[in-house]
Design a protein around this ligand. Structure first.
Ligand code: PGA
Length: 217
């Protein structure tokens, strides 16, 4: 694959100071499409810094409100995110598990994101999870592989991703779950797998840069 999509998911990690330090230490020359999904508090400072350093990193949020502007205390909506980022992750298994997000709520989030022109990575845990219309990329992330150090086999991930593509007609599908610099090539070298969604391995700038380099072999 010539241009894999490498989407780092920082989850609930890093202060502004730590994020700035990460960027200073992130050095990579790549043809991969690199994205960073960060906490809301980091979107603005990272956007400024990425522009200042002329880095080709696309920014994304990790969640979006299912509602418009208004009386929804604590929620960050798609219009607010669009000022600062082009992408959003919707339906990560950690949102489903810890925040009780349902398929119906996630469909509302997709509608909101689309309305504002945000591009969406929609996460599914297997090929049977419903995918709302209009998502740009699907991430297949088996729950048992997330943060466990036990990744899916490239063979199985490739089979599940092919099944997802056949069912949804979404042409870009990536794999997430304990992706490392050591195993990334085994995933992106599969024809069906368009990229990866590393969590833990994106937190260290040198490890993430190495992962990106290894994805190009
Ligand atoms: P991990 O997270 O790389 O830390 O396993 C992956 C994911 O959130 O999809």
């Amino acid at each position: 694959m010539s241009k894999p999509l490498i989407a780092g998911n920082w989850k609930s990690n890093k202060t502004v100071g730590e994020a700035m330090e990460w960027l200073q230490n992130f050095k990579v020359v790549t043809t991969a499409q690199v994205m960073l999904f960060v906490p809301f508090t980091l979107l603005h400072p990272l956007k400024k810094k990425i522009e200042g350093l002329h880095l080709s990193i696309e920014l994304g949020a990790q969640d979006v409100s299912p509602f418009d502007d208004g009386a929804y205390t604590g929620a960050v909506n798609a219009r607010q995110i669009k000022e600062l980022a082009d992408w959003v992750i919707i339906g990560h298994s950690e949102r489903r598990q810890h925040f009780g997000e349902t398929d119906a709520m996630l469909a509302q989030k997709v509608d909101q994101a689309k309305k504002e022109g945000l591009q969406i990575i929609y996460c599914v845990q297997d090929e049977n999870i419903p995918v709302p219309l209009g998502v740009d990329v699907i991430a297949y992330e088996p729950v048992w592989a997330i943060g466990t150090g036990k990744s899916d086999s490239p063979e199985n991930a490739s089979e599940v991703i092919s099944a997802i593509k056949a069912k949804t007609h979404v042409s870009s599908v990536i794999y997430g779950g304990s992706v490392t610099p050591e195993n990334v090539a085994s995933f992106v070298s599969r024809e069906a797998i368009d990229g990866v969604l590393p969590g833990g391995a994106s937190l260290d700038p040198e490890k993430f840069a190495n992962l990106i380099l290894c994805s190009q072999k």
